[in-house]
Design a protein. Structure first.
Length: 123
């Protein structure tokens, strides 16, 4: 099963990126909201024009985080399923080859055992 590491290579990275992307989006959301509240604190009133930049930043980072995470999550699941299917196929094929080899070895040993028995003509 030396093929297993090659088939699973990169799946962990995809899974990690799929998990981290929404967190980075959340971080951007928090930073955007902090900027919004800082602008409100500096000016002293809730002017929508001042808040728009921070809110826009918050929403854009959330969207970008999700736009990265969702396709990565789907691709990870798809690739993991294909990898599992290939590994199952390889396992079944190798077991078939082993069974065939053992069957051939058994018939060869049975033939060899018959050849070593004394025949009735030799007695």
């Amino acid at each position: 099963m030396s093929e297993m590491p090659k088939l699973d290579k990169g799946l962990g990275t995809i899974k990690l990126l799929a998990a981290v992307a929404p967190l980075l989006g959340l971080l951007g959301t928090v930073v955007g909201m902090i900027n919004t509240f800082q602008s409100i604190t500096l000016v002293g009133n809730a002017d929508p024009k001042l808040m728009a930049g921070g809110i826009s930043q918050a929403l854009m980072t959330t969207v970008l985080g999700l736009l990265v995470a969702v396709p990565l999550l789907f691709s990870h699941n798809l690739l993991a399923a294909k990898s599992k299917k290939v590994l199952m196929f390889l396992s079944q094929q190798s077991l078939g080859f082993i069974a065939k080899y053992m069957s051939e070895q058994g018939s060869i040993e049975a033939n060899a055992a018959q050849d070593t028995r004394p025949s009735k003509a030799d007695c």
